[in-house]
Design a protein around this ligand. Structure first.
Ligand code: B4P
Length: 183
């Protein structure tokens, strides 16, 4: 199964990806985690990504896509994967389409919906490097301008499903299970 977890920063994509990955035995591919590990390794990609991530912007489509392309080519992705935080622009979504052949199309785009006020609270509690009020504000701006256009993009294909992310973690997981048919 090929699944995209979609939603604003801090809506719980990473949290839910862990349980889906265990339930379906498919890998969890988080571009945020991959970029953070590139930053901590001090690689060339990491050096390019660091300032952008710290400002709440998006790392270039070219860099993110090359990371995803290499990861999806690995054997463990043959039966499927969960993309967490990718695509984040229409350009990334189109590039992903070009990578997936007719036999390995996307099955579900799961959109986790949470109010901005609740997300700000969660992110401030999480206290990651990029969870400071000014950066959170920028991440929202970026989400609204760059990432929201993906909603009609996937709605048109009838693979976008809305999930109420304003519930307890277990309840959000239950709702996801009902959609993807895992019990
Ligand atoms: P990400 O790592 O994707 O960060 P995120 O959107 O904040 O996380 P997520 O939605 O997974 O929230 P989580 O489950 O942790 O991106 C970070 C940065 O990387 C971006 O700003 C960008 O610069 C760069 N980047 C990544 N992908 C990119 C791409 N494709 N293109 C370009 N740049 C890219 O949940 C948040 C908190 O809420 C946690 O503390 C969790 O415990 C809590 N929580 C979760 N569900 C809850 C619930 N139901 N109730 C209460 N709390 C809950």
């Amino acid at each position: 199964m090929r699944i995209i977890l979609f939603g604003p920063p801090g809506c719980g994509k990473g949290t839910q990806a862990i349980f889906i990955s265990e339930a379906l035995a498919i890998p969890h591919l988080s571009t945020g985690d991959m970029l953070r590990s590139a930053v901590s390794s001090g690689s060339e990609i990491g050096l390019k990504a660091k300032n952008i991530m710290e400002s709440g912007g998006l790392v270039s489509d070219q860099i993110v896509f090359s990371i995803v392309e290499q990861r999806i080519a690995k054997d463990d992705c043959e039966k499927g994967f969960i993309l967490d935080g990718f695509p984040r622009t229409v350009n990334q979504a189109e590039k992903l389409d070009s990578l997936l052949s007719a036999n390995n199309k996307l099955d579900y785009v799961l959109r986790i919906k949470v109010d901005e006020e609740e997300i700000i609270k969660r992110l401030i509690d999480r206290a990651r490097e990029d969870d400071k009020p000014d950066i959170i504000k920028n991440r929202f701006k970026t989400y609204n301008s760059e990432t929201q256009p993906l909603i009609p993009f996937y709605e048109d294909r009838k693979i976008l499903f809305n999930i109420n992310g304003m519930q307890e973690i277990e309840k959000v997981s239950e709702d996801i299970k009902k959609i993807i048919g895992v019990f």
